[in-house]
Design a protein around this ligand. Structure first.
Ligand code: AMP
Length: 349
């Protein structure tokens, strides 16, 4: 085992490539954007669309195992690669997580509670579904939503849904019941080729404008809630015959009950704190898992807070560098557009 192919060239791919290098693996990135964040620190890049057949053949010929850093990798591309080499996490994990309805059905099938939901394919169905949820709910696109994009919240009975179906693009939607959560947490877990499972401690997440702002560890939840998150992650990893790192997001109700929101079959923004808070980060854990090495146990040596540097936040870099016990990580992006993740900082508390 020498060379790892990574589909997707963003910051997650970049951090995976850096972790891989420390364990003597080479990395090749498949990504259409030239000089992407991941390719800047990898051994090679195939500049191509993710579903280009000859590029996929080239990747398969050059690598011993292929992984990915985003969940919208075309399932066909992953399955095509899986016919000639190992693709971890398994393509089935992509299939399950790419569609919010399929994802919730899968989670419910694993015995994991989610918000109630209705699949929506017309304005009429939306109005019926809203009536079922007493006029409250969160309307989302079933596919390709990220960072709160493609969503509309109905908070009060009487919020007018007129035109909402078409306003979200006339594409397949899901209406979720509104979850009156007290906080949001996520857990990062991993499963190795030998079936070993290791979980990091849950982080408590705060979002701003639909984008993750901070992850704080430990989360302010009791041990029973931590254990419930571990059990849910374990059930998902086992059901999928998963290999690699997974991120799982939950809403926490006032009594500590967990409601699963979504799963991400990859390293996750809310796990960046592990670089500073654990001896082995989520990135190294993923590389260990997909190359058949033994997993680290996920233990945390320090409490910490991770904050994303979004857009112009990058201008505060001198202050972050001056902060004691802070680890700054930048993504090699030149243009600081609004909402763009430029880097993150994790400080020990
Ligand atoms: P998502 O794209 O599913 O991660 O949703 C983005 C954010 O919207 C979540 O982090 C929550 O803060 C909020 N949200 C999403 N779904 C619901 C829901 N069913 N009930 C209440 N809030 C939600």
């Amino acid at each position: 085992m020498r060379t790892i192919g990574i589909i997707g060239g963003g910051q997650l791919g970049r951090m995976l490539a850096m972790a891989a290098a420390r364990l003597n693996f080479r990395t090749i990135i498949l990504e259409p954007q030239v000089d992407c964040p991941a390719a800047q620190v990898a051994n090679g890049q195939i500049v191509s669309a993710y579903d280009d057949k000859s590029a996929l053949e080239q990747l398969a010929a050059a690598c011993d195992v292929v992984t990915y850093e985003f969940e919208n990798v075309p399932v066909d591309a992953a399955e095509c690669l899986a016919r000639s080499l190992s693709v971890f996490p398994p393509p089935r994990a992509l299939e399950v997580s790419q569609d919010r309805v399929t994802e919730k059905q899968f989670l419910n099938g694993c015995g994991i509670e989610t918000a109630r939901f209705h699949a929506i394919d017309s304005q009429e169905q939306l109005e019926q579904a809203l009536a079922d949820f007493s006029g409250k709910g969160v309307l989302k696109t079933r596919r390709f939503g990220y960072d709160g994009k493609g969503q509309r919240v109905f908070k009060n009975e009487g919020d007018d849904p007129a035109g909402a179906y078409l306003a979200l693009g006339g594409v397949p939607l899901i209406l979720e019941s509104f979850v009156p959560f007290e906080r949001e947490i996520s857990i990062i877990a991993a499963r190795g080729t030998d079936g070993t499972i290791a979980c990091f401690d849950p982080a408590e997440n705060i979002h701003r404008n639909g984008i993750l702002h901070t992850s704080t560890v430990p989360a302010s939840v009791n041990e029973a809630t931590v254990e419930a998150a571990r059990l849910a992650a374990t059930a998902v990893l086992t059901a999928l015959g998963y290999i690699g790192v997974i991120g799982m997001e939950f809403f926490v109700l006032a009594d500590g009950t967990l409601i699963a929101n979504e799963i991400a079959p990859r390293v996750h923004n809310s796990g960046h704190w592990t670089e500073a808070g654990c001896v082995v980060s989520q990135f190294e854990q993923h590389i260990r898992a997909i190359t058949g090495l033994s997993l680290a146990d996920g233990a945390r040596h320090s409490d910490c807070i991770m904050q994303n540097l979004i857009g112009d936040d990058i201008n505060d870099l001198p202050a972050w560098l001056a902060k004691p016990n802070a680890l700054v990580h930048l993504y090699g992006k030149t243009e600081a557009r609004p909402g763009r993740k430029m880097g993150h900082v994790t400080w020990l508390v």
